[in-house]
Ligand binder design. Structure first.
Ligand SMILES: Cc1ncc(COP(=O)(O)O)c(C=O)c1O
Length: 362
């Protein structure tokens, strides 16, 4: 018989109990066991709550709440360090831009800059326009996107599939009257009840990456991240994630990738380049590339190097990723000699190669 024979009266009187008649146990011991059992139950409940919150199999009530929580996947590069790609192309709109677009729209709704029935207008090289188009469709806003001839057919058709109006402009300097950025500004002025999120100059862009992307990466790596690699377009990702990580640990290195033909990397003599979404071609308050305490290094990448890496990633590693990811992975690969055992590097794979199949780079 393996059960306790407990007689309450004898506990009170004698301050002990008998177990199968073989052992005796003090009242204090029983209390300790009770406390242990309660503690185990509490710990078990806490585990269930935390485990449930972090479960990847979450049910969402809205398409927009599925933005974020993208996985980190290790790349078997030949290095003693651990290198992870953050698969941002698994966001519902297919890119990292879902995060900043949603943040800017919800900020404008709260501030009253965007009213029900309003029109969202902005300039985009593609992904951001797709995010706005998806958000507009989900929230009931009209969306007008201006873009340049450089855009891939896949991205153009995707925006239109979400019901956005897309206007394709000639490739021109951002301050040129004919540029897609100039047209977006003019359209906003002439369209009643419209909102211009202005991702290139809106600080909420970087705030989104601070609050969402940066916090997520820190948590996912359990604070072990030592290096972060991202392409610089508007600068929102490097500025926001970089600020978050630097505040957590100032030793983390933030590395930005730029097109070798951009305004910044050519010291003011830009030339055309093919990678979409990356390239420091004008200056804004989002980040001062010449003077900041966030970015450790800006690595210029050529189209050829980015495209060669894209093929490598798809054929040898199974990552079919977009143009900036090729540039970022090339930059990270170039940086490998500086990484050592124990380092944990995270790079952004911001969109999918499926958005560029007609470009013939794979
Ligand atoms: C696909 C893609 N587009 C654009 C960017 C640039 O982002 P941002 O405009 O925040 O500088 C990135 C950053 O890694 C990216 O991966």
């Amino acid at each position: 018989m393996g059960y306790f024979l407990i007689e309450p009266a004898s506990i009170d009187l004698l301050n002990d109990i008998s177990i199968n008649g073989d052992y005796s146990m003090k009242k204090g011991d029983i209390m300790q066991i009770k406390h242990m059992i309660i503690l185990i139950i509490i710990l078990f409940l806490m585990y269930c709550i935390i485990h449930n919150q972090k479960r990847p199999y979450i049910m969402h009530n809205h398409i927009l709440s599925a933005i974020g929580n993208t996985p980190l996947v290790r790349l078997p590069f030949n290095t003693p360090a651990a290198i992870y790609a953050k698969l941002e192309y698994l966001n519902p709109g297919g890119s990292i831009k879902d995060r900043s677009a949603l943040y800017m729209i919800e900020h404008a709704e709260k501030s009253g800059d965007l009213q029900p029935g309003g029109t969202i207008i902005d300039a985009s090289s593609g992904n951001y326009g797709i995010s706005l188009a998806m958000i507009g469709a989900a929230k009931g806003y009209k969306v007008i996107i201006t873009t340049s001839e450089k855009i891939s057919q896949e991205k153009l058709q995707t925006m239109r599939a979400y019901g956005a109006e897309v206007i394709v402009c000639p490739i021109a300097a951002s301050d040129d009257y004919n540029s897609y950025i100039s047209l977006a500004k003019r359209l906003q002025v002439s369209t009643p009840n419209s909102f211009f999120p202005n991702q290139y100059f809106n600080p909420v862009n970087a705030q989104a990456h601070h609050d969402l992307t940066g916090a997520e990466i820190w948590e996912q790596t359990n604070g072990t991240i030592t290096h972060f690699f991202a392409a610089a377009g508007t600068g929102g990702t490097v500025a926001g994630v970089g600020r978050y990580l630097k505040d957590k640990n100032p030793n983390i290195k933030i590395i930005a990738l730029d097109s070798n033909n951009s305004l910044y990397s050519t010291c003011g003599n830009p030339k055309p380049y093919k990678v979409e979404g990356m390239g420091i071609d004008f200056y804004s308050d989002i980040i001062n590339y010449d003077n900041n305490d966030i970015i450790e290094e800006i690595i210029p990448v050529s189209d050829e190097d980015a495209f060669a890496m894209l093929k490598n990633l798809a054929r040898n590693y199974g990552f079919l990723v977009g143009l900036t990811s090729g540039a970022i992975a090339w930059g990270a690969h170039h940086y490998l000699p500086k990484l050592k055992d124990g380092d944990v590097a995270v790079m952004i794979f911001g969109d999918s190669g499926r958005a560029y199949l007609t470009k013939g780079v794979y």
